[in-house]
Design a protein. Structure first.
Length: 220
């Protein structure tokens, strides 16, 4: 497999959700197009996995309706490639040959849903709605984390050290003894950290530290 899976843009754009559909059956693509348009959803259609790979996926709430059996690269293989490429678009698998082991494999692989053809229109709409809502929440969380990371990157090495100690629960006096500074200097650094991180409280700063995966020292 020489093609590289598409990568999502790093910038989240204010745009409408997109439903990507991959199915080698033109009649299925046409029917899904009518269904999705009937509820105002924008959709793009592909006959194979390789066609999707040529598409630059924007970072907007989206989902992928993916047939398991496709010419060339299968739906499961494409799903694995997307995960390896760190692309976490929610996937709804569909197939006319579904069985329990196949559905278990899909769900264990991280799929949002698994539908067997012929499926009810409402089941597909429910699955797509849930998948887009899931992706919107994920993108918002990623965007928030990038903002926090940007603020953290603006801290000096000393301020990062103080932040780790503050969020571990140490008092200013303990921090001063730990890093070899005066208590007043620690207070100044702490103030800079709170301002640069835009933290409204210590609890807010702790949540940011947890989101960033900062290794905090243990209080003794």
């Amino acid at each position: 497999m020489t093609s590289v899976p598409p990568k999502k843009s790093q910038q989240i754009k204010a745009s409408e959700p997109v439903v990507y559909v991959i199915d080698d059956d033109a009649s299925v693509r046409a029917a899904l197009g009518r269904l999705l348009r009937s509820v105002g959803l924008h959709a793009e259609f592909f006959a194979s996995a390789n066609e999707l790979r040529q598409r630059d996926l924007p970072s907007v709430p989206s989902c992928l309706v993916l047939d398991v059996r496709l010419p060339g690269v299968s739906g499961f293989e494409l799903h694995a490639d997307l995960i390896k490429a760190d692309i976490h678009i929610p996937i709804i698998f569909v197939t006319a040959y579904g069985d329990v082991p196949m559905s278990v494999r899909a769900m264990k692989g991280g799929a949002i849903d698994f539908l067997t053809k012929p499926y009810r229109d409402q089941d597909m709409l429910d699955a797509v709605t849930a998948a887009i809502a899931f992706d919107r929440t994920r993108l918002n969380a990623e965007n928030s984390r990038r903002d926090v990371q940007k603020r953290f990157d603006s801290l000096t090495p000393r301020e990062r050290e103080v932040m780790a100690l503050v969020t571990a629960g140490l008092m200013n006096k303990q921090i001063a003894a730990n890093v070899g500074l005066s208590e007043i200097t620690v207070k100044i650094h702490r103030g800079h950290v709170m301002k640069k991180m835009q933290a409204k409280s210590l609890a807010d700063l702790v949540r940011m530290a947890d989101a960033l995966g900062i290794n905090r020292v243990k209080v003794t």
